[in-house]
Design a protein around this ligand. Structure first.
Ligand SMILES: *[C@@H]1O[C@H](CO)[C@@H](O)[C@H](O)[C@H]1NC(C)=O
Length: 341
C-alpha cells in the first residue's frame, strides 16, 4: 500500500511535489515495512548454534577456526586485515582486530588459510574493486602477528583478482586468480615459485562463464589440490608437482561455489548460495553433491570452516544500523539431496 500512498506526492512527471499532507501515512507504512523486514531477517537468521558477533565494516570474506588459539579468525575486507572472535557460550561476541598490515592499507583482505603446523596465517590481498591490479600474499605468525613475508604476485599491466589460498604439508602456498584462472605457487619463505596454468581450467569460453573463475582452494592430504571454478561450477583436482589438472566428475551442481573446506578426506564443503556437501569414494576422480544448506541467503555464504566436527559458514555481509555490524557464522546442517539417495 505504500506505493499508492507515496505516489500521490509526486507530479505527473514523477517529480516529488510539495504539501506533505500524506508524509505521515507514508512514514508509518515505511516503519511497518521496516519492522516486517527486520522480522523476516530475524526469522531467516534463526540459525541454531551459530555465532553472531559485532564488528566494524560491512564485509568479511573469509572466516576460519583456529583450533590452537580457540578462536575464529575473519578477514576484514576493507580493513585489509584479520579480526579474532572468541565465543563464550551463548552471549553475542565482539570481534577484535588483530592484524592490519600498514603495507596493505587501502587493499582488500580476502581468503586466508591457517597453516597450523607452522603456526602462521596466509592472507590474500587484492585491489579495491573496480581496480584489479594488485595481488599479494602475506604470512603472519598466529600468536604475535609478526609479518613473515608480503609477496607481490601481480605483473604490471595485467589485471588480476587473487581470491583464496591453501597450504600444502611443506608450507607451500597456492593462491587462486579468479580473473585469469591460474594458481600462483609461493614457497614457505615467500618466494614466488611459479604459476599453474592449464586450458582445462577454462571449461567454457566467454565472460559470462568466467565472471568469477578459480576461487576456493583446499589441499587434500593425499597430495593434491581441490579447486572450484565459481561461475562454471567445475571442481578440479590439481597435482601441484606435475601441474596436471583433472576435472572431477561431479553429480549435481556446484555453480556459485566459493570457499572450500574438507570435513574429512572424502567429504568437502563448498560454501556459497546454497552451501553444499560433496562426497567422493574414489579419491576425488568423481564426486556427488549429497547435501545442501541455505542459511541466511541475503548475507551471501562465502567460506566454510570446521570446529569440533561442525561446519560453520561465513557470510560476506554484516548488517546493522550502528557503527558496528552484526556478522554471522552459521552452523550448517545439510539437508540430504534426493539425487544422492
Ligand atoms: C594440463 O593438464 C593436463 C591433464 O588434464 C595435462 O595432460 C597437461 O600436460 C597440462 N598442461 C600443462 C600446460 O601443464
Amino acid at each position: 500500500m505504500c506505493g499508492g500512498c507515496c505516489r500521490r506526492q509526486r507530479g505527473p512527471d514523477g517529480a516529488p511535489v510539495g504539501g506533505g499532507g500524506r508524509r505521515g501515512c507514508c512514514g508509518t507504512v515505511l516503519a511497518v515495512v521496516a519492522l516486517a523486514a527486520a522480522a523476516a531477517v530475524a526469522f531467516l537468521e534463526s540459525t541454531a548454534g551459530g555465532v553472531s558477533y559485532a564488528g566494524e565494516g560491512w564485509m568479511h570474506e573469509c572466516a576460519k577456526w583456529d583450533a590452537e588459539g580457540g578462536r575464529f579468525l575473519a578477514s576484514t575486507f576493507f580493513g585489509a586485515g584479520v579480526a579474532e572472535v572468541r565465543t563464550g557460550g551463548e552471549e553475542a561476541a565482539e570481534e577484535r582486530v588483530v592484524l592490519a598490515d600498514p603495507d596493505a592499507a587501502g587493499r582488500v583482505a580476502l581468503g586466508f588459510a591457517v597453516d597450523a603446523p607452522r603456526r602462521r596465517l596466509l592472507l590474500v590481498y587484492s585491489d579495491r574493486m573496480p581496480r584489479y591490479g594488485y595481488a599479494a600474499l602475506g604470512a603472519y605468525e598466529l600468536g604475535s602477528w609478526r609479518r613473515l613475508f608480503l609477496t607481490r604476485l601481480d605483473v604490471p599491466g595485467e589485471s588480476t583478482f587473487p581470491d583464496d589460498v591453501a597450504a600444502d604439508e611443506d608450507g607451500n602456498a597456492y593462491v587462486t586468480d579468479a580473473m585469469r584462472n591460474k594458481i600462483w605457487k609461493v614457497s614457505p619463505d615467500g618466494t614466488l615459485l611459479g604459476i599453474i596454468k592449464n586450458a582445462t581450467f577454462t571449461q567454457r569460453q566467454g565472460m559470462v562463464h568466467n565472471f568469477v573463475g578459480l576461487n576456493g582452494i583446499m589441499y587434500h592430504p593425499n597430495g593434491y589440490l581441490l579447486v572450484v571454478h565459481t561461475s562454471g561450477g567445475d571442481l578440479f583436482k590439481v597435482d601441484p608437482k606435475t601441474e596436471t589438472v583433472h576435472v572431477v566428475k561431479v553429480q549435481g551442481s556446484l555453480k556459485r561455489g566459493d570457499g572450500l573446506e574438507l570435513l574429512s578426506t572424502t567429504r568437502l564443503v563448498v560454501a556459497g548460495t546454497p552451501s553444499r556437501l560433496v562426497e567422493s569414494s574414489d579419491d576425488w576422480e568423481t564426486a556427488t553433491v549429497t547435501g545442501q544448506y541455505v542459511g541466511p541467503i541475503h548475507r551471501i555464504g562465502s567460506s566454510a570452516t570446521v570446529k569440533d566436527g561442525d561446519v560453520y559458514i561465513n557470510h560476506i555481509f554484516g548488517f546493522g544500523l550502528g557503527k558496528k555490524k552484526t556478522h554471522v557464522l552459521a552452523k550448517a546442517v545439510f539437508s540430504p539431496l534426493a539425487a544422492a539417495r
